[in-house]
Design a protein around this ligand. Sequence first.
Ligand code: KG4
Ligand code: ZN
Length: 334
Amino acid sequence: MRVLGIETSCDETSVAIVESTGGALTVTRQEIASQIEQHRAFGGVVPELATRQHLLRLDPMVREALTVTPLSAVDGVAVTVGPGLATSLLVGASYAKALALAAGKPWLGVNHLEGHLFSPFLSRGLPPGRPHVALIVSGGHTLLVNVRGILDYELLGGTLDDAAGEAFDKVARLLGLPYPGGPEVERLARQGDPRAVKFPRSMLDSGDDNFSFSGLKTAVRVHLQKPGRAAPADVCAAFQQAVSEVLVGKTVRAARRLGADTFTVSGGVSCNRTLRAAFEQAADRAGLQALVAAPEYSTDNAAMIAAVAACRFERGEQSPWDLDVNPNLRLAAD
Ligand code: KG4
Ligand code: ZN
């Protein structure tokens, strides 16, 4: 089964080809066109700009991929149909449907969050078959998921307000750092002392699997208004430490409670090297295995979408032609 995957749910245009043979997954090609430069001046993603960029970039990227793997060698076309920005999703979905229809191939609308659940396994060549706990940490989502088996999910908890990546972006803005804030905060934090300020570990001991990061962002804002405020590098390091302790603590606890021997981490925030190291150390201490997505599969990408579709196509699934995009699509088991 060879799948052409398309991802246009937010501000990355991505095209990939994934092959599935006997349960193993191989990413034979992946291209990601980031739009960060276009959105930076506005301090965040501007939906209309994102849509226009997808329109400009998607077709040449697909044509380029098809010069290496011809459409005749593709068994199906997959595309993200939600969650995401409505008009961005529509560019990818309309394109994928038209391509599949013209080529006489099946198409499949994929849940972007399910893609993120697959991403830690892509560099290991496997679909997520083993039971485990998954943490998705991106600009739009902070979710803990009980993955009971292949394509079998139970949502454990999510954020009650800001997503983890959103908190990084907002704290960066408070410090006058450019968008997207995550990499900037990480860079500055390297020169800072994480113990310089004690920010709240929100909901670390809430007894459930939910998160909240808006109070932490407010604590940073209040701290920055004080006359004796810490240096920006110290604020970044202390903020990052607070986020890290909450994400790591709650993920490890959920894995232990459910008797899982493995947890995974994916989404843009999992690019953060301090966080990756914290997850790995905590897993070692708890006798668990941590699978953190490789950076090329952490942020939004089409390989994870094609991989989900390869598994679903192999089970005989395909989408009806009238399937619409859904900006608020949730995980099946929500
Ligand atoms: O998964 P992603 O590319 O897009 C969404 O689906 O949201 O995640 C983007 C988010 C942004 O909020 C960005 O600031 C954050 O991931 N991010 C990071 C790092 N790199 C990206 N956060 C912390 N540290 C990083 N190194
Ligand atoms: Zn995402």
